[in-house]
Design a protein around this ligand. Sequence first.
Ligand SMILES: N[C@H](CCC[C@H](N)C(=O)O)C(=O)O
Length: 299
Amino acid sequence: MKIHFTKMQGAGNDFVVLDCTRSAFHLNADQIRFLGDRHMGVGADQILVVEKASRPDTDFRYRIFNQDGGEVEQCGNGARCFAKFVFEKGLTDKRSIRVETMKGVIEPRLCDDGRVRVNMGLPRFEPEELPFLCQGVSHLSRGTDTLWEVRAGGQDCWVSLVSMGNPHAVMVVGDVDEARVSEIGPDLENSPLFPRRVNVGFLQPLSRSSARLRVWERGAGETLACGTGACAAAVAGMRRGLFDSAVEIQARGGRLLIEWQAADGEPRPVYLTGPAAIVFEGEVDIPEGGLPAKGANHV
Ligand SMILES: N[C@H](CCC[C@H](N)C(=O)O)C(=O)O
């Protein structure tokens, strides 16, 4: 089955974007895995689906699938690429849109400098929001944050928990280049403490307004940037008293600006600003059966 796609990236987090505003989306998980596969298919961290709004108070609906084929709640770099796509393809004449996702409405706006600024909604911190099975897990307070002790990669890790609609566990490290991302990341992603798995952030504060970050993403592995991961890490750092209300997050693939004014304790949305670019357009013939199961004989 031949389909047209648009390849996009935001700070190096890359996507296959499918315009399903005129034809229904109907790919199964194995076909999505084919699109995301960097050897057998097109290659991307996530697959983004653009659909017509299903609610009168929104302009579009936005569905997100990880490279492993699972549908997820939110994607921040993808939200910027989604917005850039609909602006550039003339699917809207607005510069600010309201987009329905699996978990709430986000509001991307095209900035004069070509970046996109997104209201990513309210962060949530209760363990049940991720979910995280906190029964009997050691924890301590740090500022207005709670740190939880979890074992991963053969070591004890103290993590902050933040939901941006999707689940994040964030730990502070001395040097992201030295962080054991590929050992701790998958161990924590698949820990029984996180029934829906989790994204894992490794945060290195540099000042009260800047930090480096690496993220092992649920369903995709380490990516060059993670938008919701940047939101989660910045907000966790603010709650720990490490950052002021605006933080430049330096990911391996680019820089993201996170703003969150929550000093008065009132629930406030998180704003994510960063780049989004179309890389190329293409056609691809998706095999009926999609990508063979991992380990299956390809020949
Ligand atoms: N891997 C994430 C989805 C994509 C998030 C990331 N690409 C972003 O920019 O927020 C999850 O399973 O929750």
